[in-house]
Ligand binder design. Sequence first.
Ligand SMILES: [Zn+2]
Length: 470
Amino acid sequence: MAPAVPTDAMPAHTFDPTILREYDVRGIVGETLSDEDARTLGAAFGTRLIERGGRSVAVGYDGRSTSPGLAEALVDGLLSCGLAVRQVGMGPTPMLSFAIHHLPTDGGVMVTGSHNPPAYNGFKLTLQGAPFFGADIQALAGLADSGTFASGKGAADEIDLRDVYVARLAEEFQPARMASIAWDPGNGAAGDVLNLLCSKIPGHHHVINGTVDGTFPGHHPDPTVAENLAELQAHVLEHDCELGIAFDGDGDRIGAVDGQGRILWADQLMMLFAEDVLHHLPGASIIADVKSSQALFDEIGRLGGDPLMWKTGHSLIKSKMSELSAPLAGEMSGHIFFADRYYGYDDALYAAVRLLALLERRQTSLAALYDQLPVMCNTPEVRFPCSEDRKFTVIDEVAGRLASANADVTAIDGVRVNTSDGWWLLRASNTQDVLVARCESGDEEGLSRLKQDLCAQLAESGLSPPENFL
Ligand SMILES: [Zn+2]
């Protein structure tokens, strides 16, 4: 991408309202999202940066075919505000976060469609180290409509941070022995830096789907869906690897399988990371989202930590984390945030290296640790459609009935209902027209009763349970 030429102030422009979402800007390229949107977004976000005293911004993009063009238009808009634009090029989202801290810059924009299908693309925004979301994003629409953008003469440069980023990751892991590790970045944006990382850390590395390809020819780049881990599981078993590690399309979410091909979901990985952090930071606060297993919160407490259950959503988790100075936080969706020896953002490559380092410190295998994890009977996160205008009222109705029945409810995000059998969760997604449910018990009979409780509540609000749920 050539450095853009400084331009005059941008004209007013109206966004398609569907692209301004809770945590990011995202749309279908050519339908709801255009280069003009990217240019205007650059001017609007750049104006906010300038208003808050910012002068510089880092820009990166993922491996989708539409990303370089959108990034170029975005940079145009940022330059029109008079900002210094540091272009770090193609890479995973955490490399852009690294750039913001390392260079440093006053903000950053990552052009990425994350784990979504190839036709999608979008923008993740960071302003002065803090997530930019919710009302911040909505307010950009008014600014774009009015066209009252900051105007100035900006300057752009290109900077390749791959070596310094990978060197920072590799610092965490200098093992005495050579492990055999399978990696699956799913043809996502982490591919290139992963290959570089594998050349820097000792071990026998098997990288599958390592070529960056925004059409995602191998499988959908979302490691929270079991079928997307099937290729990695097969590779681990076939090549007798000690473990396998997968990333999502932009490298901010992790998935893992042990040497027997068993999947460790994010709340199980968090039990291992909690031990690792509490090992040298006794008593620390550790945050996990409301979808996580009770076994995780119990385990943090057992290890002497201070567990906190919080709302789902990486921006919300990140804000809570800095409020509490928590060294570690995680979400079921695979976002793991280390502020312990790192910068507090969700970097799946960093989490992977920490996983390898903790296995080295404990001189054990992931399969051996898996065998020590508490055995729980739980459902995965189950999502089912519910209209935009009903999703929050359904939660209110359920909460109202539970309150009249004096049920034990945790109301951090939706309803998480505790019974003698375990717990069930029902919450409205902030990003899609779906309700999200999860149930967990110590045994199958308890799990079945919890599912029935949940379905009875759905029925009272006129909804049927998700398919194959019972
Ligand atoms: Zn992602």
